[in-house]
Design a protein around this ligand. Structure first.
Ligand SMILES: NC(=O)c1ccc[n+]([C@@H]2O[C@H](COP(=O)([O-])OP(=O)(O)OC[C@H]3O[C@@H](n4cnc5c(N)ncnc54)[C@H](O)[C@@H]3O)[C@@H](O)[C@H]2O)c1
Ligand SMILES: O=c1ccn([C@@H]2O[C@H](COP(=O)(O)OP(=O)(O)O[C@H]3O[C@H](CO)[C@@H](O)[C@H](O)[C@H]3O)[C@@H](O)[C@H]2O)c(=O)[nH]1
Length: 329
């Protein structure tokens, strides 16, 4: 029996592979290497290079590796890019997920975990945001993920199949042992960008909008350490294997930090000042979003280990320094 990790050469997927291997699971990764890297996949996992919508390939992999569960990370992830390329996002995130789900159903895969996002909520009026809040995505990215959630709900009702939808808030940090981290080229995520600026890879960075209705005028997010996030996936897998059925749960800590607070944390931890320029709002950005995180703790018995912004930043910086050393060698 093995677990198929789609997008396992990417940032979060490569951490998932280590989490599964650390728990003694057999792992097969399917990734087309569009934003991921073959070297990011742990050597003990099998890497198959290909697209999730190649049904012949996917179904062969499922049968050959006796896949009982799929953890589906593969997708396109940049909110503003989805605003300018909605068709690309609906294709890669929605249409291709449908194809993967169909392959799973045809091959009798029993458990499916899906990377959803806080972006399905848009900018909710009340905080923290519980799972039963109305879904009102404000970007094609969020809508593309919401549509996949709905397909999973309907498929679980029709076929012999359980699913877990995990709605991630802002994923950041890196493996504390530095076995993997975020290596994305041309990264757009705030903590990654700030760490690249702190380590001199970028001359300066920008703050997108200081005129929001928030305490310091910048957007507020709930940053979750990637190692805690992938641990929630492992617990969700165990829960489904124990016959507990389908689940939709937020993955965040319930703490909101503004863009400026995050940048200051990076400056403090790196002990470095760097240039920060103020620019206009970025299309598709929600104003503020913070998770109600109780369901994940209760249903999965999830006990986060890195719920601390400075620790997240420290691990992200360690990985950035490792990448910089690697590039110099
Ligand atoms: N990073 C975050 O803050 C965040 C937050 C919420 C949800 N998510 C979701 O988590 C998942 C993983 O995100 P990430 O940050 O690791 O991104 P990433 O870009 O590092 O990883 C995505 C991986 O999927 C692969 N991929 C993309 N399309 C594919 C396809 N059609 N077939 C095969 N492989 C394909 C890419 O090569 C890459 O390795 C995504 O689904 C994303 O929407 C991420
Ligand atoms: O150089 C930068 C980068 C970001 N930001 C701001 O920082 C905040 C966070 O942005 P970012 O790190 O890009 O994350 P989000 O746009 O919130 O989206 C992330 O978090 C979502 C969940 O909340 C996921 O679904 C997405 O995949 C993931 O990209 C936003 O207000 C951005 O405008 C800046 O001001 N400057």
């Amino acid at each position: 029996m093995s677990v198929l990790v789609t997008g396992g050469a990417g940032y979060i997927g490569s951490h998932m592979v280590w989490e599964l291997l650390d728990h003694g699971e057999e792992v097969v990764v399917l990734d087309r290497l569009s934003t991921g890297f073959d070297w990011a996949v742990a050597g003990a996992a099998t890497l198959v290079v290909g697209d999730i919508a190649d049904q012949e390939l996917v179904e062969n992999v499922i049968r050959e590796h006796e896949v009982d569960s799929i953890i589906h990370f593969a997708g396109s992830i940049i909110v503003p890019e989805s605003v300018s390329d909605p068709l690309g996002y609906y294709l890669n995130n929605t249409v291709k997920s449908r194809s993967l789900i169909e392959s799973a159903v045809r091959c009798g895969v029993r458990h499916f975990i899906f990377s959803s996002t806080a972006a399905v909520y848009g900018s909710p009026k009340h905080f923290p945001v519980g799972e039963d809040t109305e879904l009102r995505p404000e970007s094609p990215y969020g809508t593309s993920k919401m549509m996949t959630e709905l397909m999973l709900r309907d498929c679980a009702a029709a076929y012999d199949f359980d699913y877990t939808v995990l709605r991630y808030f802002n994923v950041s940090g890196a493996d504390p042992e530095q076995r993997t981290g975020q290596s994305t080229k041309g990264a757009t995520h705030l903590i990654k960008v700030a760490c690249e600026t702190a380590t001199g890879k970028r001359p300066h960075m920008e703050v997108f909008g200081t005129d929001y209705d928030t305490p310091d005028g910048t957007c507020v997010r709930d940053y979750i350490h990637v190692s805690d996030l992938v641990n929630a996936h492992y617990l969700a897998l165990k829960r489904m294997r124990n016959g507990k059925g389908s689940l939709v749960a937020n993955c965040g800590y319930g703490n909101g930090y503004s863009v400026l607070e995050v940048i200051n944390a990076v400056k403090d931890v790196a002990q470095k000042d760097f240039e920060v320029r103020v620019s206009g709002r970025r299309p598709g950005d929600a104003v503020a979003i913070v998770a109600e995180a109780e369901r994940c703790r209760q249903e999965l018995d999830w006990k986060p280990r890195f719920d601390d912004l400075n620790t997240i930043v420290e691990h992200a910086l360690n990985w950035e320094n490792k990448l910089a050393r690697r590039n110099r060698e």
